[in-house]
Structure formats: structure tokens, C-alpha cells
Write a protein of this length. Structure first.
Length: 432
């Protein structure tokens, strides 16, 4: 059997296993080991499992993932999200659609210290949704804003997805984190402008809230010193070159722990909950990573990346046409799998193609993550939508998807802007 046919059968088997609800990491590992055993030898395949697993869990570069996950768990369980929302609401809540503005702003800041889209969506489903409903915001709008705001965790540092992309492609994770700052801020600004347009063209759709007093605003500002200090400490240290990304994760986790204990927001039960939460999430991520690496060795044996690169190069299409094809594929895959799995499975294949086309690897990482963000909210799957549904069981999937449509359109416009103006993503990394 030719290597081309073996590779095709491998991909067919992989998608068949995923449709049968086999976990993505397990499916990639199983197909990779089986294909490697067929093409090389069973003994080599078994040795590959042990070596890949041990090397992945002991690699210093991969330490950035559990450290930032632990920081996010401490931040979530110490209640910083509620403080951020109250502060944003104190300044913006009186405007038409102001609670939507406040939710987006608080989601952005929380995402910048948690690094997780799913955690951001789940947290603000409990923090912002009840407030919006109390002031008679429509269910579709309230859940749509939370779902869209949650995607900011994939872009703003310390993004776990960007860290994994950096490890896979051997790019500087610190520069990738900095490259996500300006696109992330652009996303916040465009989401807020989208809410403004909804309120302007549908004035009866979004209510106005009461105006906070000066004393309430001052009290709200005083409450957010902890997340602001943590953000400046971690991201500022990373930008200034004081920490490597892995060290920044460790310092951030330590800082979040100390702040939570000093403020008496973390007791023994919450500390244990944070440790277990971070461990479970890290275990899931590393399972996918190990499976993807094994599958990657199988693809290397079949020379699939080189053949795909040659195929796209020989098509005679312009490089932006090839980029459009790849991004369309990502949007399609977003209907089938989660963001992390998409990045781990596809980047080893498409990255050589993009480099052969002359694209910047840091910029391409931002474009990939932006496209993956869309997969978190667009139908029929939308991981953030499922998370919100699990937290708010009385809302229907159709209601949430109806609410996210304006933000999907906004994201597509933002994607075009970043493709047209790469400097938006590359300016900060160039200053490091």
C-alpha cells in the first residue's frame, strides 16, 4: 500500500473516530501509532509512545501551559471577575446597552489574566447574565455578548492556544503573546461598536441602566487593584524581558495565589478546587498534545506536509487565495472540533505551506487563533455556546446563536482588517 493511501486512510479513520465521540487526543494517538507501526514496525511504534509521552510532560517549554492554567484557576476562584464587572458597570452601565459594554470590557480584562475562553464564558454566565436579565436585556443579546466576550481568552495573553501554537511551530511564545494584544484590543473596540450600533438602530431593544454615583465609581476602582496589579506584573515583566513565558506563568500563578490568600478570597477548599481544576485541564491539553505529536510522526513518515505544500505551490494560485482556502477549512473544522484540537491537528500541516508562501509566522499564528475564535461561537457547535447553555439551562441554543450573529459578522470584518494590515499584530513584537 502506498504512503499516500495510508495517509488518506489515516485521516478518514481519525475523523471516523471523532464522529464516534472518541476523545481527539486518543483518536490522533491511536491512528498515529497504528500508521507508524504499519509503515515502520510495531516495536518502533510502542517505543514512540513512551518517548513522546515522557518528552512532552518533562519539556520545559510545555511548562507554560499548566502554569498559566493554574493562574487562571486562582483568578477565577478568587472572585476577580465580579470586581471587574462591577467596575465596568459603574462607568458604562447607564448607557443604552451599557451592561453589554461592561461585559465586553470585563471579559477582555479577565481573559488577559486567565488565558481561557471557556473559563471566561462560564464565569460571566454567572456574573453578567443575571444582571443583564434583571435590567430586562433580551436573552439572545445577553448570551450573545457573553459568548463573544469569552472568545477574547483565545487572543489576549496569556492565551493557551497561542502558547501551544508557539510550541508546535517553535516560535517565540513571548512575541506571540504580545502580537495578540493589539488584535485583542481591536476586538474589544469592535464588539463595543457593534453593541452601540444595535442600540442605535434598535433603540427599544436595549435598555439604559441607572447612573452610578461618584462614590460608587471610586469604590469600584479601588476594588480592581488586584487584577490590574497582576496583569501589569505578568504581562509587563514578559514584555520587558524580565521573565520567559514559562517563568511568567509561574510568577503569575504565585501572584494570583498570594493575592487571593492575602485578601482572604482563597480558603483551603478553593485552593484545592483550583489545583484540581488546573490539573484536569492540563491533563486534557497534554493528552491532545501527545496524541498530536504521535500523529505528527506518522504524517512525517508519509511526507504529508511536504506533499501538501507542493500541491498548493503548484496550483498557481496567489498566496492570499491559498490563505483564504486554509481559513475556510478552519471555519468548516470549527463545526466538528474544539479550538485546541484544531490548532494541534492542522498547524503542523498548514504551517509549512504558509512559510513557503512567505507569510510571517507570528502574524499567521494570530490569524489562525482569530479564525479558531470564530469556531467557538459559530453554529452548529460553538464551544462557548455549549458552555453558556450548561451554566444557563433555561436558554435555548437557537437563542444564543441568534445573539452571536452580529459578533460573528464583526469577527469576519476584523479578520479581513488584520489580513490587510499585518502591522496591527506585528508592531508590539517588533518593539521587544
Amino acid at each position: 500500500m502506498s504512503t499516500n493511501l495510508v495517509a488518506v486512510l489515516g485521516f478518514v479513520s481519525l475523523f471516523a473516530l471523532m464522529l464516534l465521540r472518541v476523545p481527539v487526543g486518543m483518536a490522533m494517538g491511536l491512528v498515529g501509532v497504528t500508521g507508524f507501526a504499519y509503515l515502520v514496525s510495531p516495536a518502533a511504534a510502542l517505543k514512540l509512545i513512551g518517548q513522546t509521552s515522557m518528552r512532552t510532560v518533562t519539556d520545559y517549554a510545555f511548562g507554560v501551559i499548566p502554569m498559566f492554567l493554574l493562574m487562571g484557576a486562582f483568578v477565577t476562584n478568587s472572585g476577580m471577575s465580579r470586581e471587574l464587572f462591577r467596575a465596568a458597570n459603574a462607568f458604562l452601565g447607564h448607557l443604552r446597552g451599557g451592561l453589554g459594554f461592561a461585559t465586553v470590557g470585563a471579559c477582555g480584562f479577565f481573559a488577559a489574566i486567565s488565558g481561557s475562553s471557556v473559563a471566561t464564558a462560564a464565569t460571566f454566565s454567572t456574573v453578567a447574565y443575571p444582571e443583564m436579565r434583571r435590567f430586562n436585556y433580551p436573552q439572545s443579546f445577553a448570551t450573545g455578548v457573553i459568548a463573544a466576550g469569552g472568545t477574547l481568552g483565545a487572543m489576549l495573553p496569556p492565551s493557551t492556544v497561542l502558547a501551544v501554537y508557539g510550541v508546535i511551530t517553535e516560535q517565540d511564545i513571548g512575541k506571540l503573546f504580545m502580537a495578540g494584544v493589539m488584535p485583542g484590543l481591536l476586538a474589544i473596540a469592535m464588539y463595543i461598536f457593534t453593541i452601540y450600533l444595535i442600540g442605535k438602530f434598535r433603540p427599544g431593544f436595549l435598555p439604559e441602566g441607572p447612573r452610578a454615583s461618584g462614590a460608587e465609581r471610586l469604590a469600584a476602582i479601588k476594588e480592581i487593584w488586584a487584577p490590574v496589579l497582576l496583569f501589569i506584573f505578568v504581562i509587563g515583566g514578559l514584555y520587558a524581558g524580565l521573565f520567559t513565558p514559562t517563568e511568567a506563568g509561574g510568577m503569575g500563578a504565585s501572584g494570583a495565589f498570594i493575592i487571593g490568600v492575602v485578601r482572604r478570597r482563597l480558603n483551603r477548599d478553593l485552593i484545592l478546587k483550583s489545583l484540581l481544576q488546573a490539573t484536569r485541564t492540563a491533563a486534557a491539553v497534554f493528552t491532545i498534545l501527545i496524541g498530536a505529536l504521535i500523529f505528527g510522526y506518522f504524517l512525517t513518515i508519509t511526507q504529508t506536509p511536504q506533499k501538501i505544500t507542493a500541491f498548493f505551490t503548484e496550483l498557481g494560485l496567489g498566496r492570499y487565495a491559498v490563505l483564504a482556502l486554509i481559513l475556510a477549512t478552519y471555519l468548516l473544522l470549527g463545526c466538528l472540533m474544539d479550538a485546541m484540537a484544531m490548532v494541534i491537528l492542522t498547524v503542523p500541516i498548514v504551517f509549512p505551506v504558509m512559510m513557503a508562501m512567505g507569510f510571517d509566522p507570528i502574524w499567521f499564528g494570530i490569524i489562525v487563533v482569530m479564525t479558531v475564535e470564530l469556531g467557538l461561537i459559530h453554529p452548529p457547535v460553538g464551544m462557548n455556546v455549549f458552555v453558556i447553555k450548561s451554566v444557563i439551562p433555561d436558554v435555548t441554543f437557537s437563542t444564543i446563536f441568534k445573539g452571536v450573529i452580529p459578533f460573528i459578522i464583526t469577527d469576519l470584518i476584523r479578520l479581513v482588517i488584520l489580513i490587510a494590515f499585518p502591522v496591527i499584530a506585528l508592531w508590539l513584537p517588533s518593539r521587544m
